[in-house]
Design a protein. Structure first.
Ligand SMILES: C[S@@+](CC[C@H](N)C(=O)[O-])C[C@H]1O[C@@H](n2cnc3c(N)ncnc32)[C@H](O)[C@@H]1O
Length: 219
């Protein structure tokens, strides 16, 4: 299945080909994920989304970033590369197996000293965060039924200029009611998107990059 539900496959390929291409470490991580994670490899973000995240992190001069859902570490690598000097990335995941592939490639890319990985349910990690430092950029990409709780925990800790990125908000088209999908992930994502769109505390745009990425900031 294409990662992008909003555009025809040839346009998706064109967009990726006309964005900065992955370097050798990123290519190696994509290959390792395909080999070791098999059918789960599609959970990895696309290369154009990765460039977008590096650019955004750099432009915002992010000092503290949080990722919820790290898998084999591609999105984390992209965020880590954009961090301001001395910046930190906190990664939340429950899988030692998948994140160990990430650790190996973060080392190869020379960014492992900027990344703290916590293996625990993300909600526990988020709730245990001290009030400072505030979060400058967050990326939510874990279990879909947890999105609402992750969003609320992160929003309450967001710095004034901070942003939240939320992945899979188009959910391969199943987000539309008339798709007929009624599984718990789809229902949770619909409720999450409706919640954000109606949330007076924030300004949000659902971008049609990848499988839908919602960009959110406090008003
Ligand atoms: C879609 S993948 C993340 C993909 C990753 N951002 C990337 O681009 O490669 C989702 C990840 O969320 C993790 N996850 C699922 N439930 C979780 C939970 N309750 N707490 C923390 N991580 C969780 C899974 O182990 C998986 O690695």
């Amino acid at each position: 299945m294409s990662r992008n539900s909003a555009m025809p496959a040839d346009l998706v390929a064109y967009a990726a080909a006309h964005s900065t291409r992955p370097d050798e470490v990123q290519k190696a991580l994509i290959a390792a994920t395909e080999t070791k994670a098999g059918g789960f490899a599609g959970m990895q973000i696309g290369t154009d989304q990765g460039v977008f995240m590096t650019l955004l992190t750099a432009v915002l001069q992010v000092g503290f970033a949080v990722e919820v859902g790290t898998f084999t570490g591609y999105s984390a690598l992209c965020i880590a590369r954009g961090l301001a000097p001395g910046g930190r990335l906190l990664c939340c995941d429950v899988s030692e197996e998948w994140t160990s592939i990430g650790r190996e490639h973060w080392e190869m890319a020379g960014v492992s000293d900027r990344i703290d990985l916590r293996i625990a349910p993300a909600i526990e990690t988020l709730r245990s965060l001290p009030p400072e430092p505030k979060i400058d950029l967050a990326f939510i990409d874990a279990d879909k039924t947890g999105y609402m709780s992750y969003y609320e925990e992160i929003l309450s800790r967001l710095s004034p200029q901070g942003v939240i990125l939320v992945d899979n908000t188009l959910w391969h088209g199943m987000i539309l009611e008339d798709s007929g999908a009624e599984d718990s992930d789809t229902v949770a994502l619909r409720a999450f998107n409706d919640h954000v769109a109606a949330d007076e505390r924030v300004e949000a745009v659902l971008l049609t990059i990848g499988d839908g990425v919602t960009l959110i900031r406090r008003r």
